[in-house]
Design a binder for this molecule. Sequence first.
Ligand code: PLP
Length: 409
Amino acid sequence: MIKINENYFKLQASYLFSDIAKRVSAFQNANPEKEIIKLGIGDVTKALPEACIKAFHEAIDEMAQDSTFKGYGPEQGYSFLREKIAVEDYQSRNADIDPDEIFISDGAKCDTANIQEIFSPDIKIALPDPVYPVYLDTNVMAGRTGKYSGGKYSNICYLKSTKKNGFVPDLPEEPVDLIYLCFPNNPTGATISKDILQQWVDYARETRALILFDAAYEAFISDNTIPHSIYEIKGAKEVAIEFRSFSKTAGFTGTRCAFTLVPKECRGFDSSSNTHSLHSIWDRRQSTKFNGVSYPVQKAAAAIYSDEGKKQVRTLIDYYMKNAAIIKKGITALGFNCIGGENSPYIWIDARGDSWDFFDLLLDKAGVVCTPGSGFGSCGSGYIRISAFNSLENVQKAMKSINQALKSQ
Ligand code: PLP
């Protein structure tokens, strides 16, 4: 008899995006003449940088000749890309990272989802609330949670991110083993200071825990005091794994390239408290289950580190951050409190009431689609997320409509 993994039954169907789609289509049917501007989803809208396209084309041409053709590549990624990342993203920030510690992948979603399988089923998880749902659902699938009731799973330590703590969670009040942190944060757009991140690293060292640090949005940081990587923090290499992605940095959401950094010093413990290198365990996992990212995609990703690539990526990020500034300024001028939008493409707005009511208000009165914060966890109730990923023209139009709609409230 083929038995199924019954943990899947514990998963809560995510109605968030289907509910949004239903409400948008009902509005569209009722108001066919009205334009709708979508500032809800976190997908980029602008084309790949020219340097990436050029490298992509060249790599495809190499694949077209027997003499330059590439078959299976290294599961961990080509060294031309790993070396660039180590130098440009880490060593340049005084983070002593070796190319061997970098594992190229086809997405931070898969990596943040897959990493949990190298840990024991009985560890205790701590994750932020609100949260990028992948961290939670993959642990539900793995059986690390109890039942779902009253908006929460049992056996999970929820790290509240609220106005009171500036959307940066406090250290857990109960013992935990694996901690998910994401900064700049999705959905809140909050960032973490070096001092607070140091407290988390010290905590992980003292309690023999591990931090999974999702830095998918680090490229949006412009404030020099904010850490881009957890390895800028003293002692982090033993206690942290970091995830990065080219998705938002360089428009790779449809092209797929990311990486995970597992330092050689990073340690885990067996049931007899012996120390083991998580680097070798992740290496074993990837070599067994993953066959690498395509050569042209890795070539395209490496191109962002060329002089032209760097300039083009900067232009891309500045473009979205100009949108973010317009949104933030407009929302603040209307008297709403918000966070994010400065070192992050997301703006997290206090809806002063129910998330869905505010969603409906923006849709009905302004024709603008946002994301209700309640979809990211119970601490997201009463908030909405607006994303800066759209054209400048659409953002300007959206803010004009929001201004008219909310002023008349
Ligand atoms: N991590 C966070 C916090 C995200 O918001 C996203 C995508 O929205 C990802 C990871 C996924 O990135 P990728 O496109 O590399 O799978």
